[in-house]
Each structure stands twice: as C-alpha cells, then as structure tokens.
Design a protein around this ligand. Structure first.
Ligand code: CA2
Length: 152
C-alpha cells in the first residue's frame, strides 16, 4: 500500500485561547491561523491535513490512535501536556508514526517546569520558539523525512 499523503495536526489544551491573551508570549494569531498556516504548508507539498484541538487528553489520544489508519505523520503542539503526560507520549510512540513537536514559545527560556518534554524523544522534528510560522517549518521538515529528502 502506498503511504497516505495526509498529516494529523494535534493542538493540546488551552491552545484554543491563542490570540485572546498573553500576546507577549504567544503572539496575536489564533488557532484558526495555526490551522491555516499548517494546512497551506502541507498543501504546498501535496499533503492534506486533518486538525484536532482538544482540552481533553482522551480526545487527543483517540485522534492519535485513529491516525494509524490514514495518516503518514503527526505534527503536535501538546500544550501543557508536554511537561506532564506519559500517556500522550505512550500514544505517540505506540502508533509509530513520525512526529514533529512544535512549541510557539521558547520553552527553554521560560520556567524550569517547561524545560522537560515527555514528547521530545519520540519526535523526529522539534521546532521551538518560532511562533506560528514554526508549524509550517515543522510540516516541511516532517515531509522531507517522509519523502526521503531530509539532509543526512
Ligand atoms: O509554547 C507553546 O506552544 C506551549 O506548548 C504552549 C502551552 C504551554 O503550556 C507550553 O509550555 C508551551 C500553553 C498553551 C496555552 O496557550 C494560551 C494562549 C493564550 C492564552 C492562554 C494560553
């Protein structure tokens, strides 16, 4: 079977609030902007995108499990679950699809509790602190890997 030309975009808890508060940290773009930027970046390379955002961990796990059926890779900003969730990490490693981890803010320059990511070592791409355009970078780098165009 040929690999599906579709990616799953996952945004975790509270990312529906983007653009409404804390513009100094997260900018002024909204979740709809994130989905548009990411969808466009995938389309430029001939990939479709399915987007999910939820404030409920189980909804995210189900979407990740379902991606096994029809997606080639996952782009994820896990929000605060990045720093707390073994179950999210287990779901990502369980589906065995290539994962790109994105953070809008530079978590390395923020509070100590944001420095650790449970997702980092199951992801093959990491884009941190590049704002919303970072989602497009993540898509491009993930598709490079999927299509064998990544630099050695
Ligand atoms: O920088 C990122 O993308 C984060 O994943 C965002 C999470 C945070 O817990 C991570 O440490 C870093 C928070 C998402 C909540 O976003 C909000 C946006 C506007 C107003 C309030 C929250």
């Amino acid at each position: 079977m040929t690999a599906p030309r579709r990616l799953l975009l996952v945004n975790g808890p509270n990312l529906n609030l983007l653009g409404t508060r804390e513009p100094g940290i997260y900018g002024t773009e909204t979740l709809a902007d994130v989905v548009r930027v990411t969808t466009d970046a995938a389309a430029r390379r001939g990939f479709e995108l399915r987007a999910v955002q939820s404030n409920h961990e189980g909804v995210l796990l189900d979407a990740i499990h379902d991606a096994r059926q029809d997606c080639a890779g996952i782009v994820i900003n896990p929000g605060g679950l990045t720093h707390t969730s073994v179950v999210l990490r287990d779901a990502l490693s369980g589906v065995a699809l290539p994962v790109a981890e994105v953070h809008i803010s530079d978590v390395r320059a923020r509070e100590e509790f944001r420095h650790h990511s449970y997702v980092a070592d199951v992801a093959v791409v990491h884009v941190i602190g590049e704002g919303v355009p970072g989602y497009a970078t993540a898509v491009a780098r993930l598709i490079d890997i999927l299509t064998g165009q990544a630099e050695g």
